[in-house]
Design a protein. Structure first.
Length: 598
């Protein structure tokens, strides 16, 4: 029993030191447990996980691979239970299949990979005395969506020629969702899921618009195009136009068809987070995780309805199909000469300035209009990056999660890194992206004009400039650097009930493992960043959720280190040596049962 740790309320824990342990390392006085692992059966009839005898049919009823975004939704009427929703971003075949031959995958391996992608919903039960959560298999709300299940396109591009294929002449019915990274939970009780690096699944493209999306001219790494021609752009040019959207799932209706909302644009959506205007209309923030790409905001025109009846839910599921999509342009308030790309603070003491939301496309019940010269509404929805290019949006250092703080209304934008900033002919550092060859990333704090969700202009300043605090280019909202934790590559963000910002990292360029951090956003301790946990070898920290009594993280791609295989693993997590490495969700709670960090 040492001294009680100090810190802002909610962050009173002893920080975890940077480390290289092959474990989830948590603060003293906390406990942890795995909630669910890749392969655990969740649907009726699904078998127990056996990596030596895995089949596509089994996988389609089991928790998928590489858990990323997490949501927990209430389950009224079932005491102590919640619905856990998880994204399964992608597959690591070399760590899934013993003796995997990357040049010659088998049909069974490819179909297992399809079934391991997508989304899971699984009811979990709380332990009364701890933060432990246990899955409830075969619950009627448990479901899987995979790379082959049915989705419906909605919004201006649905039904357009740009999204029709030989298998779907309607341009409305899509099979599968791919590369779901992070997401958001809506106030009307659904979940949003960003389709991020969908480009990697499509082969043999030759078009300039596909090139802007990073779609390759040759074979793909996973060779899916050999098993389904829709992944071969040369044979099915429009299939790729049906991925790269924000997906909406209704976890309370296991028979519902999830939607892909084209009005939110098509790009590498990291996530999509929602707030409401003062009159109850949805506002969605979403970033395009690419070096020199943009972040966006959607303002809906229809009001959310309260209640859970069928017609209310149907109305709310259409909220993201009417309104306007905007892209951000930022300007700094310090002279360019003071922004020298080293990250040294300008004379006014802050990287800060103003911004505007530039309209791209508006849709209402009568149809859609484009605000971009030379592009139709459908084109703006399908080739959104090109629309952003045309209107002069600001090229950012990889916009990952963007999320409004429910306490203050301020919006936080994680900009994970951009080692190409200022290199060669690329854009040089500017006040919003102030370091050339930006290895460690930064976090931008955005204040909508009058703090109104539907404002069309905003102020901004950098909240954190990440790295080792001893690096003079780092900045922690002005907090003294002696007592903050080092951080690199901010990716996902979340808030606790006290208004603290929690940040998980992906790709720590300081040489230690990725992890989860908490930082106060207001008060005397604003900027005091503290590390809460670290993840095992090769893993990224995802999906943080901060509840009163528990922290949930998705440990994604443990053991993903070059050269590692099933027989030569780089991690023994979570089940120890000799067991296959499995991505898994972890819950952390305080041993004494009290709230986190108080
Ligand atoms: Fe899937 Fe941008 O991280
Ligand atoms: Ca300034
Ligand atoms: Ca991410
Ligand atoms: Ca990332």
């Amino acid at each position: 029993h040492g001294q009680k740790p100090g810190g802002a309320k909610g962050l009173r824990f002893t920080p975890v030191a940077p480390n290289l342990q092959d474990a989830v390392v948590i603060p003293d006085g906390y406990r942890q447990d795995v909630v669910i692992r890749w392969g655990e059966p969740i649907l009726r009839g699904a078998p127990a996980f056996d990596p030596e005898k895995q089949t596509a049919k089994a996988q389609a009823g089991q928790f998928g691979y590489n858990n990323d975004f997490l949501a927990l939704l209430p389950l009224p009427g079932e005491r102590g239970r919640q619905v856990l929703v998880a994204n399964h971003e992608y597959t690591d075949e070399i760590l899934m299949f013993r003796g995997y031959d990357a040049e010659n995958p088998t049909r069974e391996q490819v179909e297992i990979a399809w079934a391991a992608h997508g989304l899971s919903a699984v009811v979990v039960e709380e332990d009364r005395r701890s933060g432990k959560l246990t899955p409830v298999p075969r619950h009627h709300l448990n479901r899987r969506a995979t790379a082959t299940s049915e989705f419906r396109l909605t919004g201006p591009a649905a039904g357009s020629d740009l999204v029709k294929t030989s298998a779907d002449r309607t341009g409305r019915k899509v099979l599968g969702t791919l590369n779901n990274c992070s997401g958001g939970t809506t106030p009307w009780g659904t979940t949003l899921h960003g389709e991020e690096n969908f480009n990697q699944y499509f082969a043999n493209s030759s078009s300039a618009t596909d090139k802007r999306y990073g779609i390759g001219t040759g074979a793909t790494e996973r060779k899916w195009e050999r098993f389904d021609k829709r992944f071969d752009v040369a044979r099915e040019p429009n299939e790729v136009h049906r991925f790269g959207y924000v997906v909406e799932l209704d976890p309370y209706d296991p028979d519902s068809t999830p939607r892909k909302h084209t009005l939110l644009g098509r790009f590498k959506h990291e996530a999509a987070t929602v707030r409401l205007t003062s009159d109850g209309r949805p506002v969605v923030y979403t970033g395009d995780d690419e070096r020199f790409d943009y972040f966006y905001k959607f303002i809906g025109s229809k009001r959310m309805r309260k209640g859970s009846g069928r017609s209310v839910r149907e109305h709310n599921l259409s909220l993201l199909d009417e309104g306007t999509l905007y892209v951000a342009r930022l300007t700094g308030d310090s002279p360019a000469i003071e922004i020298d790309g080293t990250g040294k603070l300008p004379a006014d003491g802050e990287f800060d300035g103003a911004g505007v939301w530039i309209p791209l496309v508006t849709a209402d019940e009568d149809g859609a209009v484009s605000h971009v010269e030379g592009m139709s509404a459908e084109e703006v929805c399908v080739f959104t990056r090109l629309a952003g290019d045309k209107v002069g949006a600001t090229k950012m250092d990889r916009p990952e999660d963007i999320e409004p703080n429910p306490h203050s209304g301020k919006v936080y934008v994680a900009l994970t890194n951009n080692t190409n900033r200022g290199v060669g002919a690329n854009a040089k550092a500017d006040e919003a992206n102030p370091r050339n060859a930006n290895k460690h990333g930064h976090v931008l704090e955005l204040t909508e004009h009058r703090n109104r969700a539907d404002s069309l202009r905003f102020g901004w300043s950098l909240f954190l400039v990440a790295g080792d605090p001893e690096d003079p280019s780092t900045y922690f909202a002005g907090f003294p650097k002696e007592s903050v934790s080092p951080i690199s590559c901010p990716d996902n963000v979340a808030f606790d009930d006290h208004g603290n910002l929690w940040i998980s990292t992906d790709g720590n360029a300081l040489g230690t493992h990725d992890g989860l951090f908490g930082v106060a956003t207001a008060g005397a301790r604003r900027g005091e960043l503290k590390q809460f946990l670290t993840v095992p070898n090769g893993a990224e920290t995802c999906g943080p959720l901060i509840q009163d009594r528990r922290v949930l993280v998705a440990v994604q791609h443990p053991g993903e280190i070059t050269g590692a295989t099933v027989d030569n693993p780089a991690s023994a997590w979570p089940d120890g040596p000799g067991k296959i490495v499995r991505p898994a969700v972890v819950a952390v709670w305080r041993a004494d049962g009290a709230d986190i960090g108080v």
